[in-house]
Design a protein around this ligand. Structure first.
Ligand code: NAP
Ligand code: ZN
Length: 384
């Protein structure tokens, strides 16, 4: 962040808000007697419309809430899937964005871990039931009663929620993350809130580390963080990409080897070689081509979530070598904080293209062409 940007952000802060949550002069009272904060945002109103300026309301911070002025928001392929209703579950109007970083501008009187002026992050979750076994184990993303997504509402019914393509957000303290990176890196930290945790969590779960040969499929937002994190965990990393233009970047980002996945000869070199594969591809494709690269007992975890199913894999590819196909969803709050701290300690951030909010529709088109190096991040000052 430029020094000018920092001073602008600081100037807009209220001076004291621990006991008195602050809100802008244009706040209004809703039917429940709560103050509602108006905020500029970008939304789609149906699956065919482009994203466009839209005004939303945020609740006034309650006792456990933290209000964050959003400074940067990453652009995840899930935002595009949702804006265009590709998963057939979008609630409109839809305000995407779940890679949020910014500055705390108000806290409720029971908030203990954040104060006005702190940097803070919000990822894909803003609430969960809090009492099921998954929540007790800190795996709120697998909440038995349905977590509340940062955008597109509670999974199992309830009001819509609006994400990070907006000026401000109000979130329960227990779902707010602490940022320990240098402030100058803030824009590049934003993608860790989804791309970082979605790759860190399965890499940890399936034991990526020294002595393990780990394949990462797809060098997009998730994939480039997968390469960086697996490398930092000490694994030998093989990147699989369809883009010949990304070979040098793959190596720079931490891949020990790069395989062009469209070349059968190149792919054949890895048959039976890999302990683990993290597959981040956002489109349906032939899974068998990757399964045969796993050793006996190897696992391929799918984190990519295409709108249409993959062709069914050949069962013999699984049973003859006791291989597994698995899935993984983002990560819980505790693990997201662990990932942020791991990245801060290892000097890991995302490689980004900083864009103004008005560029978002072009950014989506480029993302569909795998033409982003490697995450778009919106400079939210462009929404002022
Ligand atoms: P992205 O930036 O668009 O990257 C996807 C990459 O996949 C592309 O850069 C490309 O890499 C590769 N690819 C795209 N189309 C392909 C095709 N037809 N065949 C083979 N490779 C192809 O997307 P992202 O933000 O990383 O997200 C990836 C997927 O993960 C999306 O479906 C998203 O919704 C999902 N996601 C899941 C979770 C979760 O919790 N499981 C969380 C976040 C996102 P190359 O150019 O290197 O081939
Ligand atoms: Zn995401």
């Amino acid at each position: 962040m430029s020094p000018n940007r920092v001073s602008r952000a600081l100037k807009s802060l209220p001076t004291n808000s621990r006991d008195t949550p602050q809100h802008p002069p244009d706040a209004r009272i809703n039917q429940q007697g709560q103050n509602m904060i108006k905020a500029k945002a970008y939304a789609t109103v149906d699956e065919r419309s482009a994203l466009a300026p839209y005004e939303i309301e945020r609740r006034d911070p309650g006792p456990d809430d933290v209000q964050i002025q959003i400074l940067y928001c990453g652009v995840c392929h899930s935002d595009l899937h949702t804006a265009r209703n590709e998963w057939k579950n979008t609630l409109y109007p839809s305000v995407p964005g779940h890679e949020i970083v910014g500055r705390v501008v108000a806290v409720g009187n029971k908030v203990t871990n954040f104060k006005v002026g702190d940097l803070a992050g919000v990822g894909c979750l803003v609430d969960s039931c809090g009492h099921c076994p998954s929540c007790h184990e800190g795996e709120e993303q697998y909440c038995d009663n349905g977590f509340t997504g940062t955008y597109n509402g509670p999974l199992f019914g309830g009001e819509n929620t609006y994400g990070g393509y907006s000026q401000t957000i109000v979130v329960k303290e227990s779902f707010v993350l602490r940022i320990r990176h240098a402030e100058a890196d803030l824009a590049s930290v934003a993608p860790l809130l989804c791309a970082g945790i979605t790759t860190y969590s399965p890499l940890r779960h399936w034991g990526a580390g020294p002595g393990k040969k780990v394949g990462v499929v797809g060098l997009g937002g998730l994939g480039h963080m997968g390469v960086k994190i697996a490398h930092a965990m000490g694994a030998h990393v093989v990147l699989f990409t369809t883009s010949t233009s990304k070979v040098a970047d793959g190596k720079r980002l931490g891949a020990d080897e790069v395989c062009i996945s469209t070349s059968p000869d190149d792919m054949a070199r890895y048959t039976g070689q890999l302990d683990y594969i993290l597959n981040t591809v956002a489109a349906p494709h032939d899974l068998d081509a990757y399964l045969q690269l796993l050793k006996r007992d190897g696992t391929m975890t799918l984190v990519g979530a295409p709108a249409e199913p993959h062709p069914s894999p050949n069962v013999f590819g699984l049973i003859l070598k006791r291989r597994s196909i698995a899935g993984s969803l983002i990560g819980g709050i505790r693990e997201t904080q662990e990932m942020l701290d791991f990245c801060a300690e290892h000097g890991l951030v995302s490689d980004i293209e900083l864009i103004p909010m008005s560029y978002i529709n072009s950014a989506y088109e480029r993302m569909l062409k795998s033409d982003v190096r490697y995450r778009f991040v919106i400079d939210m000052a462009s929404l002022d």
